[in-house]
Design a protein around this ligand. Structure first.
Ligand code: 3PG
Length: 210
């Protein structure tokens, strides 16, 4: 059985998904999110600076719990762990990645699924908490309601298309334990180093689902 992400979340309901292009932004961005009530972060491997950003945040931002997102391969899995990432997230899982996860003792807490077959494949591998991606495109809340019967022991963190307008509705589903998304710190605000607006969005998001 894989470790459960709920133990790490300790009640947190919102995971900001971050793309950090400039490693110098890592510290102020993460500090701003933690200070405004969002300590669980998903830093995607979708930029050159991602690994350096993960290292910086993991070593310098007290209270931050650094997840590494967009992990697609074993190489990235190892890089995420070496950089000091505390847990792994993926949008989906290939057979190869699943094999690598079996061999690894690093907590890969949030593998992604987008269909019932993928949910069951992950369930067979011991993952009962999964990222539902891309949640809105898959039908959003209707999809979550539809799978709640057949796979009643799986809980989801939907991401992809979550916004302040639909966040509460997602969080009110019994099979949703958290939500994630880029709306709190989108790329344009990070590029503009608009920590005030990101902090405002984080503070608002930290009140969701509580
Ligand atoms: C992710 O990697 O989880 C997504 O990019 C989040 O999707 P969003 O941009 O629609 O929030």
């Amino acid at each position: 059985m894989h470790p459960n992400i709920s133990t790490l979340l300790t009640g947190a309901k919102v995971i900001p998904v971050l793309v950090i292009e400039d490693a110098a932004d890592a510290l102020p961005l993460a500090q701003c999110l933690v200070d405004n009530g969002l300590p669980i972060l998903e830093i995607t491997l979708r930029s050159e600076a991602a690994l350096q950003a993960i290292e910086t945040i993991a070593s310098k931002v007290e209270g931050a719990k650094v997840g590494v997102g967009s992990i697609l391969t074993e190489v990235q899995l190892n890089e995420a762990q070496s950089a000091g990432g505390q847990f792994g997230v993926s949008p989906g899982v290939s057979q190869k990645l699943l094999q690598a996860l079996e061999m690894s003792d690093w907590p890969f807490l949030l593998p992604g699924a987008g269909s019932l077959s993928e949910m069951l494949t992950l369930r067979d591998a011991g993952f009962t908490q999964q990222k539902l991606f891309p949640a809105a495109v898959l039908g959003g809340v209707s999809m979550l309601k539809s799978v709640a019967g057949p796979v009643s022991d799986i809980e989801f963190c939907p991401t992809g298309g979550i916004k302040p307008e639909n966040a509460e509705e997602f969080l009110s589903q019994p099979n949703v334990f958290a939500i994630g998304g880029t709306w709190i710190a989108p790329l344009d605000l990070v590029r503009a180093k608009d920590w005030a607006e990101i902090g405002r969005r984080a503070a608002e998001a930290s009140k969701l689902g509580v």
